[in-house]
Design a protein around this ligand. Structure first.
Ligand code: GDP
Ligand code: MG
Length: 672
């Protein structure tokens, strides 16, 4: 077995938070000691907890986990670095090999034989070390299809092996500018988007893999990490292929032109068919003996140093992030629990459906009562449309104003002409100075006919408004039950249209009644008529003076009289009297109409809220002897789906909470 660890220099460990036990190297015996320390003993449970959270996919709940993300341009040596750290073979070579995020969990385990697993699509598959490359390819094909496309569903590779560092890293597809044959045309955008998603969170440590053979500042991975971590505070660089390009490497890393905040580690990976032991020895030798490379400080060279640094960086970021994770889990959990509580209950029995139905009806009636009858607007404080009684008053005021202002009230042009014409037509064989009742009625009926569209429109608009309010309420209350919404709104519409027809008939009746009979007991009629008639003398007098063409009559204002002179005195007197009666009576008619309409509409609304709604609901309940209620209250698939999502999210967060609770207890117990 191979791939065990050399612990090289221990002198400088950046950002050490716990002491690291360094085991001396003993080349002679060919037994290399792994990096195992009290450090691992403390950090391991934390890492395990984070990894369990990762496996639960809490990231999907928007909870970021501390993660070491490996980025690098294509062929920079990413897979080789991971290989070196894990001591296993990974698919290496041309084209895109990593097509899905590969989560590598390295776990130090005290056994002779390494244990490898792949976790994906909810299964855990043991893998043999020799077949790891094939197994990864197969799993990748299963996740991302067998083409060359990429997917962001991760694949986890667990490596339990003696001597590996306890590390969890995510390897991402390499960045390619030009799609190779078979790759989607937007492969570059897809890959960069995925990388960004992983490196953006503050919780991510960016492990930037750079090849010594290139100018770092031209690396795409540097450009990307600088976008999210400008000062490089969470970026660590691994420089590969030190063996291929040793010239100027020391200068390159010490000048730090590309702002790497956490430092550089230069390495030499396995080349060709070397075993991992051979590779480690070659690397060791390279940095000991090479004329240029040996000048580099031992604290920045070699895979073991890299491992050590990563373990520390990981410990730092985990302990830094833990409180926030705990907080996030708590917040998300309680938010989701609240959301679930607010969701409608599942109605599994007839009794439950019935009680939900009764409750919805109760709420609907209560809302209608508040909105249309008592004028309470607490349910819709900001929705003016739903301030029902105010809107109804508004509509009614408009109606009564229009009625009062309409021209029928003030026909001052062609003064008395209509009256004279009608009187002429109504003439009978009788004494000439009797005022004909039929003439009065004819004029009166003409007036009624000319204004009748106003009360009709008023009824029309009022019902249209009431219907919109009723529908809005029913829609709100039954939004989770599409069938119920359908059934109630349909029933409400048909019953409202019935009620509207009734009140329309009533209004038409009122208009007919007004047409048929001229009657009032209101003393205003007599007094108003008297007032107008008292001016008849003055009017007749003014007509005698040929130079006077207009006169003022209180109640009618200034009127033209020139056109009346050819008429006989008798007919003029009769016409004046007729017009005076007409005016006095019309006032009464208008007032009566406004009052009656007000009472009628209020009465209709009252009936709707107190009686008609009940009938609508009773009717619904009676369908199929009430059996249909369950069907009517079947919730929409959307609601059911949302509830399921919330439930599973809550389950997951509870589990996560449990996991973090266990480790925080543990931390408390060792006095961290
Ligand atoms: P990736 O595309 O970033 O995953 O890169 P790979 O790990 O597949 O490496 C690309 C090529 O570089 C492979 O042929 C590796 O063998 C080679 N390579 C990686 N690291 C080193 C190194 O340190 N020295 C040498 N000489 N070759 C390396
Ligand atoms: Mg690779």
């Amino acid at each position: 077995m191979g791939g065990d660890w050399h612990a090289s220099s221990s002198s400088s460990s950046p950002g050490t938070i716990l002491p690291i036990a360094v085991v001396p190297i003993d080349f002679e015996e060919e037994v290399v000691a792994p990096i195992i320390s009290s450090y691992n003993y403390h950090i391991r449970p934390l890492l395990d907890a984070i990894d369990r959270l990762r496996l639960l996919q809490v990231m999907k709940e928007g909870i970021q986990l501390p993660t070491i993300v490996v980025v690098g341009d294509q062929s920079s040596g990413k897979s080789s670095v991971l290989e070196s750290l894990a001591g296993i073979h990974l698919p290496r070579g041309q084209g895109i090999c990593t097509r899905v995020p590969l989560i590598m969990r390295l776990q130090n385990q005290d056994t002779t034989e390494p244990e490898l697993f792949l976790e994906y699509s909810g299964k855990t598959v043991p893998v043999e070390e020799d077949h790891i490359a094939d197994a990864i390819s197969l799993a990748t094909d299963e996740i991302a299809g067998s083409g060359k496309g990429i997917s962001n569903t991760p694949l986890t590779l667990v490596v339990k092996k003696n001597g590996v560092p306890d590390l969890t890293m995510v390897d991402l597809p390499g960045i390619t500018r030009v799609p190779v044959h078979g790759q989607p045309a937007n492969i570059y955008e897809q890959v960069t988007e995925m990388i960004m998603e992983y490196i953006k969170p503050e919780e991510s440590i960016i492990l930037n893999v750079l090849s010594a053979t290139v100018d770092f500042s031209t690396c795409e991975s540097i450009r990307m990490s600088q976008q999210v971590d400008r000062r490089g505070q969470r970026t660590l660089a691994v420089v590969t292929k030190a063996d291929k390009s040793p010239e100027g490497l020391l200068e390159k890393v010490s000048s730090n032109d590309v702002n790497i905040g956490l430092g550089y580690v230069c390495v030499r990976n396995r080349v060709g068919d070397e075993s991992f032991e051979e590779a480690r020895k070659e690397e060791e030798k390279l940095f000991e003996t090479h004329p240029l490379l040996s000048k580099m400080d031992k604290s920045i060279v070699g895979i073991p140093v890299l491992a050590e640094m990563l373990v520390q960086v990981q410990a730092n970021i985990i302990s830094k992030c833990l409180p926030k994770i705990v907080r996030n889990i708590d917040e998300k959990l309680s938010a989701n629990v609240k959301k679930l509580e607010k969701m409608p209950k599942i109605l599994s029995t007839h009794a439950e459906a019935m009680s939900a139905f009764v409750q919805i009806i109760g709420s609907a009636k209560e809302s209608l009562r508040k909105i249309l009858l008592s004028g309470e607007s607490d349910e819709y404080p900001d929705d003016k449309k739903m301030h029902g009684s105010a809107r109804l008053v508004e509509m009614f005021d408009k109606f009564s104003n229009e009625l009062r202002k309409c021209v029928e009230n003030e026909r001052t042009g062609d003064f008395l002409i209509e009256e004279i014409n009608v009187l002429e037509e109504a003439k009978g064989i009788e004494l000439p100075n009797f005022l004909s009742h039929s003439a009065f009625l004819r004029i009166h009926q003409g007036k009624i006919d000319r204004i009748k569209s106003m009360p009709i429109d008023c009824v029309e608009q009022t019902w249209e408004y009431i219907e919109s309010v009723v529908i809005a309420i029913l829609t709100r209350l039954s939004e989770n039950y599409p069938q119920l919404k359908h059934a109630t709104t349909r029933a409400a519409k048909s019953s409202i249209s019935k009620m509207k027809e009734q009140s329309m008939n009533r209004v038409l009746e009122i208009l007919q009644m007004e047409r048929l009979t001229d009657y009032t007991c209101d003393p205003d009629y007599m007094s108003e008529w008297g007032k107008l008639l008292s001016q008849q003398q003055k009017f007749m007098g003014d007509l005698k003076f040929y130079h006077i063409n207009s006169t003022t009559i209180e109640g009618w204002g200034t009127i033209q009289i020139g056109h009346l002179r050819e008429n006989s005195e008798t007919i003029l007197q009769l016409a004046f009297d007729l017009k005076a009666r007409m005016k006095a009576y019309w006032n009464i008619v208008l007032r009566r109409m406004v009052d009656t309409m007000a009472l009628l509409l209020k009465f209709n609304v009252y009936n709707l809220v107190t009686k008609e709604m009940d009938e609508i609901f009773m009717e619904l309940m009676a369908v199929d002897g009430g059996k249909s209620i369950e069907r009517i209250l079947e919730e929409s698939p959307g609601v059911a789906g949302k509830r399921e999502t919330l439930k599973s999210s809550i389950g997951l967060l509870r589990e996560s909470k449990e996991i973090v609770a266990q480790i925080t207890d543990r931390i408390a117990s060792y006095g961290h």
